[in-house]
Design a protein around this ligand. Sequence first.
Ligand code: SF4
Length: 267
Amino acid sequence: MANSTTVPVSTVYGPVSSWRYGRSLGIDPIGVVSTCSFNCVYCQLGEIEQITSDRQVYIPTAQILEELKGFAPWDVDVITLSGSGEPTLAVNLGEILREIKQLTHRPTLVLTNATLLHDPTVRSQLAFADRVSVKMDAVSPEGLRRVNRPDSQVNFSQLWAGIEQFCAEYPGDLGIQTMILSAWDEQAKAEYIRQIKAIKPTEVQLNTPSRPKPVKRQLDGRGNHSGSEDRPYEVRQFKCVSQAVLQALAQEIQTQTGVRVRTVHSN
Ligand code: SF4
């Protein structure tokens, strides 16, 4: 594949520090070629190399477990499935989550873009995670096209129905993660608040793209970087919304929905 590194790469990385979840050990169930059903304009992996909604085994569960054993005693707050794309594309997701739990006894977290939540098998596999963080950036089909640039199989109404269904069923700790690229108008705010009231997550996490986007695929995009850190490759820095704008939006959502809202500036 173009632009991919050819050396063997560990499927376990970190620990990285997350403002949302603390000290986190990362698990990459996707591997060397970045693969996702979205190609978000701000993606820290760079432009996604393989845009697809098809599920398959990308990394065998046994390989992940073997590499995870090298990180014992797993002195972290959480073990997070994210990595080089959309983790629910891994058809062995449920098995990975079960086996990680059995090995480490640590809380598990999946970061998902929600595109496969309409699939009952995916929902049942995600139920093995202690926490799930669901991406919800767009409140309209146009926003989805513009910001998340999805695979052709993804459509807004199915995406939204999947989120609703999952939120109704999932018994664990459920976060909604939203990337704010510019100040929202009143209509966008009202629609978002309506959606949050409907799905009642445990919390809402508002972010802004403080981390630069590599122009080309970079494996270390799986980790965590501050915006000011020097990188040995070309990056694109987004203009972030101000802390004041983000905090005001958080306050309004929290007041109107009763759901706890945290922002990248909260900690
Ligand atoms: S969903 Fe995540 S991995 Fe996929 S393109 Fe968006 S930011 Fe990147």
